[in-house]
Design a protein around this ligand. Sequence first.
Ligand SMILES: [Fe+2]
Length: 287
Amino acid sequence: MTLSVTRIGKTFVGEVAGIDLSKPLDADTVQQIKQAWWDHSILVFRDQDLTQEQHVAFSQNFGELQGHTVKDWLLPTHPEILVLSNRGRGGVKPLENGGAYWHSDITYEAVPPMGSILHGLTVPPEGGDTLYADMYAAYEALDDQTKALVDDAVAIHNYKHRYMLMAEGGKRPDPTEQQLAEWVDVEHPVVLRHPDSGRKALFVNEGFTVSIKGLGKDESNALLARLYEHSVRPDFVYAHAWRPHDIVMWDNRCTMHSATPYDAESYERTMHRTTIKGTPFQHQAAA
Ligand SMILES: [Fe+2]
């Protein structure tokens, strides 16, 4: 079969039609999905009422799966699935205000994930969109002077900073000793050359990037603030309005995302996410 993909965002995001993800996929179809993923960075599939097993099986077509540093959100029956639910479904703690800031997932680890596959099980009738930013487009739109400044730069990422902000706001419990020991600084290139597409993407995010290596605190903060603001200009952003049983898969190396508010008192919002392990980055973006 030939995959039907329609571009629905300005510079990225493809909607894929005519495929049932609950069924096992042959190698040719998986290859076509991968190619579409590299071409569009984000793929949207509608009306895919997958069981947990089917969600995991579909995800495994793209690589090995990983969990999350906060184990309270992993589904006990399928620890490959992270539950993002304001009602705490499946024996998992409710998650309030998860991911409501611009970030790429788990960039505070040495090898961040390749991507994630999110299944919207119960979605509010209004609000709760997920915003995505195209980090290829963001990089390409930088002026030459800024490109020269960031092309070979290295950034420090750490989860602690984000967690403590939320803990201080009462949204997370105090961290455990084990968590504190796990959250160490990691380094990633500020500009990533994508291993599959070969294109350059900006790879700093407000969620987990702490500083730019070699710059003073003020200079680093100013540059990061400028890059963050630039990356989420409306031209580079797609807003996904969820329908029940949408599947959205995003490439974590060339996109960012942010959750948006909804009326959590009145409505349930429950999503299941699988996360595909990445491969180590080349630290020379220009190579
Ligand atoms: Fe996220």
